[in-house]
Design a protein around this ligand. Structure first.
Ligand code: GLU
Length: 474
């Protein structure tokens, strides 16, 4: 065994990969990358009723989209049930666990009487010290761990600090049900041990489980991994994260046009910081991340911040790289499939040329679809309301002159040549440049906003540009 860091992401496949799960995966991944270790993936599909293959696929897909790679094959917790059973039986042999034959009615009565005394419902230990020969004939008992009754169990948590649990609150909980299936609590411990996990990083909703899991580790004489419980993500208003706040599957963020790197940056900053740095590349995140720097307080999810950050990442990104992500994401974006269908090599080249101008005006890939629509539009162009307003009045007259000026360009059709021609035409007619540029933009794009109009002319090319302008004259 090497002493390298091994983390794991252990989602339950009962739904999509939601944003909190993605952040847990990210922290595990960052820590593994930072330390030169490995991150393993375990699908916690022990709950057969709630687990689905579709959810597993969605989780793997979400992780892959984010670039959160795992080492080796994903482990199915359900498939390891025989091993969980064997360990539970071994604990019985060691005298650290025992079979309990309490009936459902007895357990209900126990809960009732605890409730009546205002105590938390706990098992009263009635089979703890009984001799196995007293077992009812033919009954299959559940296996319960012998939890310590006195003192306390201390979790040394790398985020929460030292958390103490009085042992009187930890009852002899079940590790193997009477049907032979392990409980979640037990399966996690056995799996983490067998997978050689050195660091557990997960949501702080599992903090109390940690105390119970430590009881199992101790009973087995296994070394307890380093533990870190990260605060949950809350909505911008401080309430528990709901759909309205952004508790969506990561595929919803892909459809909203966020870049994986921007989403990772945003998620990392939710609960972790590195000085005043806000815009952080994945490479820097890996270099800087440490579990000890994760904050204890709940993080608040804020769409406006995510969107702003996404815009920054888009502008920072090299155009060829952004184009590739854009093209790969088109099938998931509103209006994207239509563009994807018309994306030939010419249009790809046009898109790449237009990208510097387009990305200045877009915070998401969805806005980029919108901005790029003019490249893919068929003549005669659909004209939106604001553009139509720019094409009224004397616009037709102005466009007639602009058309002639552009047509007269004799050299190469470039943004600079188009600008010179239009400036000269405006000057000659005693008009401001904007008075010509605005109707021109409307004619060329069907919109009132677009990248710089001369760049638009250059990207569309001579023939298409002149034809679009002509369409608005006749
Ligand atoms: N399967 C658990 C969950 O999805 C995680 C358990 C763990 O990390 O120990 O919340």
């Amino acid at each position: 065994m090497s002493d390298k860091v091994v983390t794991r992401f252990a989602p339950s496949p009962t739904g999509f990969l939601h944003i909190g799960g993605a952040r847990t995966a990210l922290f595990n991944w960052l820590y593994a990358k930072h330390t030169g270790g490995r991150m393993l993936l375990r699908i916690e599909d022990t709950d057969r009723e709630r687990s689905t293959d579709a959810a597993t696929v969605a989780i793997l897909d979400g992780l892959s989209w984010l670039g959160l790679t795992w080492d080796g094959e994903p482990v199915s917790q359900f498939e390891r049930a025989p091993r969980h059973r064997a360990v539970a039986e071994e604990l019985v042999r060691l005298g650290k666990a025992y079979y309990c034959y309490a009936t459902p009615a007895e357990l209900e009565a126990m809960r009732e009487s605890a409730r009546a005394k205002g105590l938390p419902p706990r098992y009263d230990g009635r089979w703890r010290d009984r001799d196995p020969s007293e077992a009812p004939v033919g009954a299959r008992g559940a296996i319960r761990i012998k939890a310590p009754a006195e003192g306390e169990t201390v979790v040394h948590d790398r985020v929460q600090g030292e958390v103490r649990f009085p042992n009187k609150d930890l009852d002899d909980f079940i590790i193997l049900r009477s049907d032979g299936n392990p409980t979640y609590m037990h399966a996690v411990v056995v799996d983490d041990h067998d997978m050689g996990i050195t660091h557990i990083i997960r949501g702080d909703d599992h903090l109390t489980n940690a105390a119970r899991q430590m009881v199992i580790y101790r009973a087995l004489g296994w070394e307890v991994p380093s533990i870190a419980h990260i605060p949950l993500i809350h909505g911008a208003d401080g309430a528990k994260l709901s759909k309205r706040h952004g508790a969506l599957g990561v595929e919803a963020y892909r459809a909203m046009g966020y870049l994986p790197e921007a989403l990772l940056n945003y998620l990392a900053r939710l609960g972790w910081s590195h000085g005043d740095d806000e815009v952080i590349s994945v490479t820097d995140m890996i270099a800087w991340f440490d579990i000890g720097d994760v904050n204890k307080g709940a993080a608040r999810f804020d769409f406006a911040k995510l969107e702003a950050l996404n815009g920054v990442h888009m502008r920072r990104m090299n155009d060829a790289e952004l184009l590739e992500i854009f093209i790969n994401t088109l099938p998931y974006l509103e209006g994207g499939p239509a563009i994807a269908a018309r994306l030939d090599d010419t249009r790809k080249a046009q898109l790449l040329a237009a990208l510097p101008g387009l990305k200045e005006r877009a915070k998401t890939l969805v806005e980029l679809v919108d901005g790029a629509a003019f490249l893919f539009a068929e003549r005669p162009l659909p004209i939106d309301e604001k553009a139509a307003a720019l094409l009224g009045g004397e616009a037709r007259e102005i466009l007639r002159g602009a058309h002639a000026a552009l047509k007269a360009i004799s050299g190469d059709w470039t943004a600079a040549a188009a600008e010179a021609a239009i400036r000269q035409y405006a000057l000659a007619g005693g008009r401001k440049l904007g008075a010509v540029a605005q109707p021109l933009r409307a004619a060329l794009t069907g919109k009132s906003t677009s990248p710089g109009v001369f760049d638009v002319l250059a990207v569309l090319g001579r023939e298409e540009s002149l034809a679009r302008v002509a369409d608005q004259i006749d």
